[in-house]
Design a protein around this ligand. Structure first.
Ligand SMILES: Cc1ncc(C[n+]2csc(CCOP(=O)(O)OP(=O)(O)O)c2C)c(N)n1
Ligand SMILES: [Mg+2]
Length: 680
């Protein structure tokens, strides 16, 4: 035998394959899968997974509590890839650690139609993806909600059942977004010490160096918000491990600044924005294989590496088994499991309605919501309320609810401060953590401030209930900045979320019951001003569940159907009385939820809104907001009464009169319309 030749792979321990692979070799498996999948798709983001592969390896192999065989284990640590564009990082980790999906085949079909390995991680595609990320900033903000949920449930059920952490990987973009400031402030204030954010500090975003757009001291900002901070070499798993241990030992939320190089391993492109969001190209991928000492063909993971990763995936099995034992012995077992299951009863509704109907008074629907919440919060311990600094206006705090504070995580009311977006994102995190039904309030007009998180509630099917008060010009004197116009219709345009606009206290309770029963988010649009009771008798069923129902049937031969929502139902009823006096038969349909009405069987919809020509029956809509879209129900030749401009600063009554939203004016407009159009 000739002399031994030392190959580079033998000289460098991370390249050896005949023994327990090094952390670097484990990380290189992530790098290789990320490069290969993006290459196959010719689309995606290799830079982030390649830069953070070592840090993720340290986290997953040494700290994260999880069991790949049961992604739903309630006491698992939560991992959130806030930098969702780096989705191949999490897909690689899920595959390598042995989750059922994604399979290697799924990874080969990265970003392809029907594959669960979507462009950005989707919670509804793969167990193991806790939340949907991609819209930058929201992952961190949802993680705040997850960490909060953990502390609350821990306070209720104890360490035996609830004792986990929330880890996040966030990029420069996540920390630049405005919502990050809200989330960081909230987490620091609430002392969420089990929240640990690993910042991929690679100095690069899409446009190039972060120096193009940022000179703030990100670490100092976190410190100022009472976070613990530390720094590490993000390309060295041991150093990342040290920083994580430090963070674990500190009682404050932690930011770990991981110094990294985007696209690490790609010799000609690493450290540049070129690796951020495009395939590296065949030549660069080949060069990276050499650089990393990764000799395997595309998508092939050598046995030693896969075996080591699969062992990591089972690392939590002992913890998991012990937790199951504790659960079996725990007196709260059934309650805890039912709570996580999330189904709630509406047994509170009937007794509440009976009491309400026995003593009817004019009441604002925001107040009616508070009245319903008194019954709901007493019956359903999973609710956690809150408001973005409008508690007294949103009527979200019921008497028995104590504030949730660092000294009392068992509290069920959160003072979110003036952080609408942060509140909504945190509520998504709480809802998706499980065990909690969050509701939170602000003015309807400020759904705009929360909208990106409302959209993620819908996309993720997070049962969040938005209590949005001051739902029209009826808020009065605060004027056009505060008066929603386009909001109801624009929110109705969003898929997978139900917008409720109840007309009185009975409908408000019904809508609350529907929101609680739903597996989707809901928005309750509620009035500031008092409304007359529209429903005065027990119905024997939840009429709002149909989305729209006939509140008043025509006495004369039916010529008109008025559709109205919320505060305008009262106006419609008054107008209908006047029209009947003129011999014009008029139905009034209350329409608290258009989405639910659209989902009714054809016969029901046909009964409420018969598909007859406009010359036989005139359809009229009344809503104190944009008329845009109401032709869906009135038909093109119907009459739409609303407000197609910004509002006015005036007392509510005057504002309504100014826009012609009174029973008299509506009745006149309808009878004039009939005369000019000649409906018989
Ligand atoms: C709210 C939002 N705005 C813009 C984008 C588009 N986008 C995706 S990644 C990215 C740059 C993020 O930079 P960084 O977090 O540093 O990621 P890196 O380039 O380091 O991977 C941008 C602007 C987005 N996903 N979300
Ligand atoms: Mg970056």
């Amino acid at each position: 035998m000739g002399p031994q030749i030392t190959t580079p792979a033998q000289a460098e321990p991370h390249k050896r394959s005949h023994m327990q692979p090094t952390d670097r070799r484990l990380a290189n498996a992530i790098r290789a899968l990320a490069m290969d999948a993006v290459e196959a798709a010719n689309s995606g983001h290799p830079g982030m997974p390649m830069g953070m592969a070592d840090a993720a390896t340290a986290l997953f192999t040494r700290h994260l509590k999880f069991d790949a065989s049961d992604p739903h284990w309630p006491d698992r640590d939560r991992f959130i890839l806030s930098a969702g564009h780096g989705s191949m990082l999490i897909y690689s980790l899920l595959y390598l650690t042995g989750y059922e999906r994604p399979t290697l085949d799924d990874i080969k079909h990265f970003r392809q139609l029907g594959s669960p390995t979507a462009g950005h991680p989707e919670n509804f595609e793969l167990p193991g993806i806790e939340v949907t990320t991609g819209p930058l900033g929201q992952g961190v903000a949802m993680a705040v909600g997850m960490a909060l949920a953990e502390r609350h449930l821990n306070a209720v059920y104890g360490d035996e059942l609830v004792d986990h952490r929330t880890f996040v990987i966030a990029g420069d973009g996540d920390l630049m977004e405005g919502v990050n400031h809200e989330a960081v402030g909230l987490a620091g204030h609430l002392k969420l010490g089990r929240l640990i954010v690993l910042w991929d500090d690679n100095n690069i975003t899409i446009d190039g160096s972060t120096e193009l757009s940022r000179n703030e001291d990100v670490v100092a900002r976190h410190r100022a918000a009472h976070w613990h901070t530390s720094e590490c070499d993000g390309l060295n798993a041991d150093d990342v491990d040290r920083a994580i241990k430090e963070a674990l030992a500190d009682p404050r939320p932690s930011l770990i600044r991981c110094k990294t190089i985007i696209g690490y391993g790609a010799p000609h492109k690493q450290g540049t924005a070129a690796t951020h969001g495009a395939a590296l190209g065949a030549d660069e991928v080949a060069a990276a294989r050499v650089e990393l000492g990764w000799d395997e063909p595309a998508f092939e993971i050598p046995d030693d590496v896969l075996t080591a990763w699969r062992t990591v995936g089972k690392r939590g099995a002992i913890d998991h088994a012990q937790w199951k034992d504790r659960l079996e012995r725990n007196a709260s077992k059934d309650e805890f499991l039912a709570r996580l299951n999330g189904k709630v009863s509406d047994a509170w509704l009937k007794p509440y309605l009976d009491k309400l109907l026995a003593d009817l008074k004019p009441v604002a629907t925001r107040k009616a919501s508070e009245m319903a919440l008194e019954a709901i919060n007493a019956a359903i311990p999973a609710t956690i309320g809150g408001s973005a600094d409008l508690t007294g206006s949103n009527n979200t705090k019921t008497k028995a609810l104590e504030p949730l504070t660092p000294d009392n995580y068992a509290g069920r009311y959160i003072y979110y401060g003036i952080r609408e977006f942060g509140m909504a994102a945190a509520m998504n995190g709480m809802a998706l953590h499980g065990g909690i039904i969050p509701y939170g309030g602000t003015f309807l007009v400020f759904t705009d401030y929360a909208r990106p998180a409302i959209r993620l509630s819908a996309l993720q099917k997070a049962r969040v209930i938005y209590v949005m008060t001051h739902d029209s010009i009826g808020l009065g004197e605060d004027g056009p900045t505060h008066q929603p116009i386009e909001h109801l219709q624009s929110l109705r345009a969003m898929p997978q979320i139900e917008v409720y606009r109840p007309a009185d206290a009975v409908e408000t309770a019904e809508c609350w019951a529907l929101a609680l029963q739903s597996d989707e988010p809901s928005i309750l649009a509620l009035t500031r001003q008092n409304l007359m009771p529209a429903r005065t008798e027990a119905a024997g069923e939840n009429l709002s569940s149909r989305g729209a129902y006939r509140l008043k049937s025509s006495k004369n031969n039916r010529k008109v159907i008025i559709l109205a929502t919320g505060s305008e139902v009262e106006i419609a009823l008054g107008a209908a009385t006047q029209l009947e006096e003129q011999g014009i038969g008029t139905d009034v349909v209350s329409m608290p939820c258009t989405e639910r009405f659209d989902a009714q069987p054809r016969e029901y919809r046909e009964d409420i809104l018969p598909d007859v020509s406009n010359r036989e029956i005139l359809r009229v809509s009344i809503e104190a907001g944009t008329t845009f879209g109401w032709e869906r129900y009135t038909g093109l030749h119907g009459l739409r009464i609303g407000i197609d401009r910004f509002g006015v600063s005036a007392p509510a009554k005057d504002a309504y009169a100014y826009f012609g939203l009174t029973s008299d004016r509506v009745a006149t407009r309808i009878s004039d319309f009939i005369k000019t159009r000649g409906i018989q």
